[in-house]
Design a protein around this ligand. Structure first.
Ligand SMILES: [Zn+2]
Length: 293
């Protein structure tokens, strides 16, 4: 398990050319030149060379306790925006209070790799684990979510429809490449065209899943092990094709939480719509039988 370490002195860290968590973005030493605004806004931990490209790294303090939890809520978000007639569109204000809630209540967002190790090996997780995911690859995931998660230091995952990249209101490959390089977000597959997979002949399912793998590799250099099935639509054939394409974990839209030993190709997620209140949110982070609203 990777842990960050504190620099003994910010000045020494800067002199050494390193920018370690706990220093950057905080107090500036006297006389230091002002940092560019984009860098000053967020702490920038040192890159972890052991983390595969396109995967988020974790940076946790040495006091965080690890154990095998009873369950994990994999939160499912989509678009951020101000439209109020679509519950799937979360306002930026609501997203922010939810991240503040996680921080203020001691939650530890985990990576897809940590989720996979928990599901398949009963690996310990940090206390109060939660997994944050976004589907579809909307542009706001770059303009709003990416900086917000950096600000909180939370790893998260975006499942991208590779055939939609660069279209209106979607992220571009350049934006995704910057994110892939940041180690703050995991970039994964949501197929090429977002079809209902179980309705398709197997060769088309293969084109959707393998095609997305190839696009992530070609444009971003990512060997991708994670997928979210569009509409949460899958069957055993879809699972088998995903497995053959190198996928190790698949998430659905079936409502519920994930447990050690859950079948890794049909993991449930917890819908977070714009109407979710703080009490709904608290319940969805902790209970398998949370109220469906
Ligand atoms: Zn989708």
């Amino acid at each position: 398990m990777k842990r960050f370490f504190y620099a003994g002195s910010l000045a020494a860290a800067l002199a050494a050319g390193a920018c370690l968590l706990g220093g950057c973005g905080g107090e500036e030493p006297a006389g230091a030149p002002p940092a560019p605004a984009a860098e000053a806004a967020a702490e920038t931990p040192a890159k972890d060379p052991s983390v595969p490209r396109g995967q988020a790294a974790v940076h946790r303090g040495p006091d965080v306790k690890y154990s095998v939890p009873e369950g994990v809520s994999v939160l499912m978000y989509h678009m951020i925006g101000s439209e109020t007639d679509n519950s799937a569109i979360m306002s930026a204000e609501n997203l922010r209070w939810q991240m503040e809630y996680l921080r203020d209540h001691g939650y530890h967002p985990i990576t897809m790799q940590e989720l996979a190790d928990y599901v398949t090996k009963e690996a310990p997780l940090p206390s109060k684990p939660v997994c944050i995911t976004f589907d579809d690859g909307y542009e706001d995931n770059y303009t709003i979510v990416y900086p917000l998660m950096k600000e909180f230091g939370f790893p998260w995952t975006v499942f991208v429809i590779t055939g939609s990249v660069g279209q209106p209101n979607r992220m571009t490959w350049d934006q995704l490449a910057e994110m892939a390089d940041s180690q703050t977000v995991t970039i994964a597959s949501h197929t090429v065209t977002h079809p209902r997979l179980h309705n398709l002949p197997p060769d088309e399912v293969k084109r959707e899943i393998v095609g997305a793998q190839q696009a992530l590799k070609e444009h971003l250099g990512i060997d991708n092990p994670w997928i979210a099935y569009p509409y949460g639509d899958y069957d055993e054939t879809v699972d088998a094709i995903a497995k053959a394409a190198g996928i190790r974990l698949a998430v659905t839209t079936d409502a519920g939480r994930v447990h050690a030993g859950s079948y890794p190709y049909e993991l449930k997620r917890v819908w977070i719509g714009n109407e979710v209140t703080e009490s709904h949110y608290a319940e969805r982070l902790t209970q398998d039988d949370y109220a469906i609203i």
